[in-house]
Design a binder for this molecule. Structure first.
Ligand SMILES: Cc1cc2nc3c(=O)[nH]c(=O)nc-3n(C[C@H](O)[C@H](O)[C@H](O)COP(=O)(O)OP(=O)(O)OC[C@H]3O[C@@H](n4cnc5c(N)ncnc54)[C@H](O)[C@@H]3O)c2cc1C
Length: 72
């Protein structure tokens, strides 16, 4: 019954209700071994500021923690 229950999506809660944002600095614009910006040497990027996002379930927090630790 649950699987066959029709659910109509009427909209989203918009930016203020968003859990994660897509977009950001393109991955090809950072050095993959250090996450240093190619356009600005000495500037390192991590987490959501980079154009990398995943579905809800811990992937985004994991990326934020791991990429931050990577540079520490
Ligand atoms: C309601 C909600 C629920 C979520 N649930 C999950 C989940 O269950 N699982 C999951 O994996 N992800 C979840 N996420 C996403 C996850 O929290 C983010 O992807 C992650 O926290 C991004 O980490 P970040 O360090 O890149 O950015 P942020 O955590 O946004 O940290 C950026 C920091 O920079 C500070 N800042 C901004 N501008 C300036 C400035 N000019 N000067 C100084 N400081 C500044 C901000 O105050 C903030 O503290 C959720 C997000 C939201 C909003």
């Amino acid at each position: 019954m649950l699987v066959h229950t029709p659910i109509t999506i009427s909209g989203t809660t918009g930016y203020t209700g968003a859990f994660v944002t897509c977009g950001g600095v393109r991955l090809k614009d950072v050095r993959p071994e250090t996450l240093e910006g190619k356009a600005q040497p000495g500037l390192y990027l991590c987490g959501e500021v980079l154009d990398l996002d995943g579905p809800c379930g811990g992937f985004n927090l994991q990326w934020a923690f791991a990429s931050g630790y990577w540079q520490a």
